[in-house]
Ligand binder design. Structure first.
Ligand SMILES: Cc1cc2nc3c(=O)[nH]c(=O)nc-3n(C[C@H](O)[C@H](O)[C@H](O)COP(=O)(O)O)c2cc1C
Length: 209
């Protein structure tokens, strides 16, 4: 792996970053990844901290970008949700390799209201809705066959009619305190621009790569 390397050639126009709308460029970059046909253009790596102080990260899909928050959905008894309910501080990073762009968002997470969770759940494909009932996310299970058996049982239970939103299904709004935009450039002299929420508004500074 030592010989694996890539020469970057992107750049970041600071003029596109707004100190009144810190996530506006994130939305633009996601939109551009969608237009470019990138697989999972809204995927982000979410890091949380467990009760014992151990950090854990995993991929989730960003399902909304608001003026100063990003949204995602998950099982509220999962490890990530358990972490966030006890310690709401989180960091999440997007990465689009072809565009040589990355964005890190840091902030604190609050659970989504039940009505917004149910509204989103109703838009999901039926197979995903059923899957949400099947999985006690992050809990151990004896083997794959046991999971498949649960799937068969849940499919039979919801053979007709709408699939209701499971009580343990939910999501979080990550309220942004800091955003960093990154673009790869030659000679590892990448562009990094960080926005931070201050009492007076959003500050912006360039960081060394
Ligand atoms: C591209 C990608 C997108 C994912 N999106 C989600 C998601 O939106 N919500 C979710 O709960 N898990 C999602 N997962 C699964 C998580 O990465 C993870 O395995 C799961 O949520 C359990 O994490 P935890 O045990 O740390 O809570 C996704 C995985 C990948 C690879």
């Amino acid at each position: 792996m030592e010989d694996l390397r890539h020469e970057y050639g992107a750049s970041l126009d600071e003029g596109l970053i707004s100190t009144t709308a810190p996530l506006a460029l994130l939305r633009t970059w996601v939109d551009e990844a969608v237009a470019a046909g990138v697989a999972d253009p809204n995927a982000m790596c979410l890091a949380t901290i467990g009760r014992d102080g151990t950090p854990r990260s995993r991929m989730v899909l960003c399902k909304g970008i608001e003026e100063d928050a990003v949204l995602f959905y998950t099982n509220m008894t999962s490890d990530k949700a358990t972490h966030l309910l006890a310690r709401p501080e989180a960091s999440t990073t997007f990465w689009w390799p072809d565009a040589e762009r990355s964005v890190r968002v840091v902030g604190h997470a609050t659970p989504l209201d039940r009505d917004e969770v149910e509204r989103y759940f109703a838009t999901r494909p039926r197979s995903s809705q059923v899957g949400a009932w099947v999985s006690d996310q992050s809990s151990p299970i004896a083997d794959r066959a046991s999971l498949e058996a649960k799937h068969v049982e849940v499919q039979a239970r919801f053979a007709s009619g709408e699939v209701p939103c499971p009580p343990q299904w939910g999501g979080f709004r990550l309220h942004v305190r800091e955003v960093e935009y990154w673009a790869g450039r030659p000679a590892r002299l990448h562009d990094r621009v960080r926005l931070r929420a201050e009492a007076s508004g959003w500050s912006m500074e360039r960081l060394q790569p």
